[in-house]
Design a protein around this ligand. Sequence first.
Ligand SMILES: [Zn+2]
Length: 398
Amino acid sequence: MTDCSVVSLAQQLVAIPSVNPMGQEVSGPEYLETRVSEFLESLFAQWELPHFRQPVAPGRDNVVAVLPGEPPDGPVVLLEVHQDTVPVVGMTIDPWGAELRNGRLYGRGASDVKGSMAAMLCALRRLQQQALAPRPTVALACTVNEEFGYTGAQQLCRLWQDEPHPLLPQRPEACVVAEPTLLHVVVAHKGAVRWKCVTRGKAAHTCNPDLGRNAIFAMAPVLLALERYHREVLSAREPHPLCGKPTLSVGIIRGGIAVNTVPDRCEIQVDRRLVPGETAEQAVAELVEYLAQQPDIDSQGLEHDHSLFSGEPLVEGPNLPLAEKLLASARSVLPDRQIIGVPYGTDAAVIAASGVPCVVFGPGSIDQAHTEDEWIAVEQLEQGTDALFAFLRDYLAQ
Ligand SMILES: [Zn+2]
């Protein structure tokens, strides 16, 4: 049948650190995706699967393997999975031990998302070894930097926008993005936009505070207004049928240098979750306008710095036919699987924005992702491989 064991492959991947620095100045052998990329390249070479690297940043390359279809000029199906993991601080298990215990594989990335990577690799290997026809061309893209900015996926999309590669000469007509969905098919998800708000004041000695202007006091009505906006405005919105309501939270506040100095600057960081149908730009503009209408806020003294982060939602419409197709394959393995929406963001929104219908799908649960004892059920790994293989095998069948 196949020489690929999804469990041993997942173990090997978990044992190779590929920690995302998350924008911090850190260094060490556990950081960046380099070693996973090297492992993938040698695996593809051993399998005689055509592949190439696509540089994204120093030490960070997407690795793309392509199994030509039968016929070779048919449609391209893209499988996308990220190589990076979140950091390991605070973990209570050996992050790279890849221990198998009680039907679970433990380690950083087991569910997010090296388990899915192993399942995609094995499904592709099975398709290659069974030499089925007809079948689509399948590109497996192992991308970098999903956890902090989606730059790997952005670079990947250039392959069908302005930087084609001979192995991937056309735009994929469908894409499955790996994340732990318990093998439900995610057709929509929320996006997020994050930005800084800053109030400026004037420093003075607090023995005579009226000589200054207190930037923290100036922020106080802004915070209350933001809380009101979440509680009254956003909560009153009609929920998106799959993703629920938009939300807003303030996650960071900074201001002041000493208790006896009137602070001249206060900063907060705002996180606004977008539901399908909303855009980051509209959401920010609407909130800035809301704050400007509050009589107790000096909107002249309030600055907005929008450069932190923005990731659009995944909108279900264009993805539904693909979702139905993948659902049929998932149900051939687990009959109760569903089409769902989720609150977290993924590479899928980036790829969908380049004109490729996208769904998110993979073994394991998001509840185990980023946790102190991250794990994935071995049974999910095997079921995920079977479902992905069935999807690729049946893709061209009517
Ligand atoms: Zn992930």
